[in-house]
Structures are given as structure tokens and as C-alpha cells.
Design a binder for this molecule. Structure first.
Ligand code: NAI
Ligand code: MG
Length: 364
């Protein structure tokens, strides 16, 4: 069995607690012989500012580049509210994403049968839901130039953001989406607004070409992003893989998140290009933040972090069997009634971070 090199960046707030839960599961994976890892731990975010004066030290970035995959907890918190914008805790995470060129953000929205009641929608609409949103993460309107606020002669102001996409940027995210669909239901929906945006016209054109040239076996549907938002709430199970740009992906993935219940349940992957060793640069992290309101109380739900490890097994190392086993262990723990406070519901007793991780490890 191959041994993979993981870099663990617990970060701030509940980050170290959910990373502790992750460690319990890593040990269990090793015991079962499903996968074996060498883990190194380092600082990112506020704790790195405290130690080094910067949210991501150069040595940590180098370690991230040398690792087979990175698992990150969360960064930030009120303690670092006074730090300069360039040096804030989140800048550490942004630098990691940028320097590793992690252009594809994968956010699954899965509704566990035991938690269908926690959804914002009716049980029959979400039961069995399993969507994968593929969001372009390093281009689009968040990064395009010009990006500025200027003063007008009449004393008012003018603000500009610019949406830019190139053929290459769209091609590579389209490949990620179609490849994923090939391992799932074989269906991709691509969301843009070609009716009002030039980037939408190019997006649709490139996705259509990549599809016809390489993925004849995959079913492709184009959907306007606003209609897509509506459909996600009206009939979410019609989607399997949903690929879209940075801005629409930000919004659509948050809508999808609320179909499934708590923030504490949602994993994510950010993937880059395939490197010399044939491995993809990749960072796996929960969608949630550092949750300062519950930090240090053993109350955080570790499932988003543990689910991120399952994604790592699947997408970085091709360990589908181990990933299925881990996803199955999460499903079993929930079906057995294990609940952290965020998913317990009224009148149900809750267990802590560590106990939830141990329940999952035992199920494994
Ligand atoms: P948050 O995600 O940290 O918390 C929002 C709410 O969800 C809180 O009530 C929290 O207790 C709850 N929650 C989050 N994760 C949970 C878990 N695993 N189990 C149970 N409950 C959970 O978002 P918020 O409060 O807006 O931000 C707090 C800090 O985290 C800020 O400094 C923010 O900048 C940072 N942040 C960091 C992110 C990252 O590292 N990727 C992402 C989002 C926010
Ligand atoms: Mg967002």
C-alpha cells in the first residue's frame, strides 16, 4: 500500500478541534489497511501571524508544494481583526490557492437520509440529493482588471469590476467537470448567462466544444444561471455535476449548501493542474469558517472536515474504495443517531467533536 504525504493545516478557532477529529479517522484508516499516510502539521492564518508575523510563511508554502495533498481546517477570528488587509488570516488561504493555482473548486451537496428534516426544503425534494458543484476559482469578476472606484466630476463615484475568461481557463474547468461526471451519473449542467454576457457566450461555446471533442458519452445541458438558482430550489435532484464560473458558483454553491442542513456537514476540494509526479495539486477543507462562537468547547461538527478527507482519498489518490468506506461510515454514524449540537434538533441530545469522530472511526 502506498503511503501518501499529507500536510495538515488546522488553523484557527475550531480548526484544531476538527483537525483532531480528522486525526482519529486517519488512524482508523491506517488500522483498517484502507490507506496509509505520513502527516506533517503546520500553521496557517491567525496562528501563523502570531508565530511568524505572516498568515502563510514561505516554508509552509514550500511544504504545501511538496505534499501530495493539503487538508486545512479554518482560518480567522476576532483576535486578528486589527491586522492589515494584506496580512489578514484569510490572505494565507488565498495565497495557498493562488500559488498552487487551485482553479477548480468542488463542493458536493449531499443530503443524508437521517438529516433530511434539517434541510430548508421538504424531505421529498432533498432525500437522496447528491449534487457536485464545480466552481471556477481563480478567474472571473473577482480578479479581472480594471477593478477600481474612481471619482466623477460631479462628486459622485464610479465602481468597476471586470469579468474576464479565456478559452484556456474555461477548457480546464470543463475537463474537470466532464471527468467527474464520467465517474458519477454521466450528466453535466453548465450555468452561465450567454444572453447578456460575452463571457457567457464564450463559456457556452468552449464547454460545448470540449464536450463534443472529448466526452461524447456524457450528457450536457446548458442552463442560464438565474434559472439554475430557481431550479436548485424547485427540483434540485435534476442536477448531478453543475459547472459554472467563479461568481455564479459562489452564489449557487451557497444555495445548494442550504439544501442539506448545517454548515458543519459540507466538505470541499480545490484542485489544480496535474504535476510532474502525476498528482493533482489539491487542497481539501470544510466550507465553514473558524466558528469563534463555539471554539474550544468540543462542540464543532467534524463531519465537514472528515468528508473533506474522503474527497482527498477519491480525487487525489484514486482510493475510491477507502473514500466509499469513509462516506459510508459518516452515513452509518448519522443513521445510528450520532449528532453534534448543530444537527441535533430540539430535544435531542448531542455529542462532542471528539465523540463524533470516534463514532465515525468505529463505524469505519
Ligand atoms: P463560520 O462558518 O465560522 O460560522 C457560522 C456559524 O456556523 C456559526 O454560528 C458557527 O458556530 C457555525 N458553525 C460553523 N462551522 C461549524 C461546525 N463545524 N460545527 C458546528 N457549527 C458550525 O462563519 P463566520 O462566523 O462568518 O466566520 C467566523 C470566522 O471564520 C471569520 O473570521 C471568518 O473570516 C472566518 N472564515 C474562514 C473561512 C475559511 O477558513 N475557509 C470561511 C468562512 C469564514
Ligand atoms: Mg460564498
Amino acid at each position: 500500500m502506498a503511503t501518501y504525504k499529507l500536510l495538515l493545516l488546522p488553523g484557527d478557532g475550531i480548526g484544531p478541534e476538527v483537525a483532531g477529529g480528522l486525526q482519529v479517522v486517519l488512524d482508523a484508516l491506517k488500522d483498517t489497511g484502507l490507506a496509509s499516510f505520513e502527516t506533517e502539521t503546520d500553521l496557517v492564518g491567525g496562528c501563523a501571524i502570531d508565530a511568524h508575523g505572516v498568515p502563510l510563511a514561505d516554508a509552509t508554502l514550500q511544504r504545501a508544494k511538496d505534499a501530495d495533498a493539503i487538508l486545512l481546517g479554518a482560518v480567522g477570528g476576532p483576535k486578528w481583526a486589527g491586522v492589515s488587509y494584506e496580512n489578514r488570516p484569510e490572505a494565507g488561504l488565498l495565497r495557498l490557492r493562488k500559488d498552487l493555482d487551485l482553479f477548480a473548486n468542488l463542493r458536493p451537496a449531499i443530503c443524508y437520509p437521517a438529516l433530511a428534516e434539517a434541510s430548508a426544503l421538504k424531505r421529498e425534494l432533498v432525500e437522496g440529493l447528491d449534487i457536485m458543484i464545480v466552481r471556477e476559482l481563480t478567474g472571473g469578476v473577482y480578479f479581472g482588471e480594471p477593478k477600481e472606484i474612481t471619482n466623477l466630476p460631479d462628486g459622485s463615484k464610479r465602481a468597476v469590476d471586470t469579468q474576464v475568461y479565456t478559452t484556456g481557463e474555461i477548457e480546464r474547468i470543463a475537463h474537470v467537470a466532464f471527468d467527474l461526471a464520467g465517474k458519477r451519473s454521466g450528466r453535466v449542467a453548465s450555468a452561465e448567462k450567454h444572453n447578456v454576457m460575452k463571457t457567457g457566450v464564450l463559456w457556452k461555446e468552449v464547454v460545448t466544444r470540449v464536450h463534443s471533442e472529448h466526452y461524447a458519452n456524457i450528457e450536457l445541458e446548458h442552463v442560464l444561471a438565474d434559472n439554475c438558482a430557481m431550479q436548485l430550489v424547485r427540483r434540485p435532484k435534476q442536477f448531478d455535476v453543475l459547472v459554472t464560473d467563479n461568481l455564479f458558483g459562489d452564489v449557487l454553491s451557497d444555495i445548494a449548501a442550504m439544501l442539506t442542513g448545517s454548515l458543519g456537514m459540507l466538505p470541499s476540494a480545490s484542485l489544480g493542474a496535474v504535476d510532474e509526479k502525476g498528482l493533482r495539486r489539491a487542497l481539501y477543507e470544510p466550507v465553514h469558517g473558524s466558528a469563534p462562537d463555539i471554539a474550544g468547547q468540543d462542540r464543532a461538527n467534524p463531519i465537514a472536515m472528515i468528508g473533506s478527507l474522503a474527497m482527498c482519498l477519491r480525487y487525489s489518490f484514486g482510493l475510491g474504495e477507502a473514500a466509499d468506506a469513509l462516506d459510508g461510515a459518516i452515513t452509518d454514524a448519522l443513521a445510528g443517531g450520532a449528532r453534534t449540537a448543530d444537527i441535533a434538533g430540539e430535544g435531542t441530545s448531542a455529542i462532542g467533536t471528539k465523540a463524533m469522530a470516534e463514532t465515525i472511526a468505529n463505524a469505519l
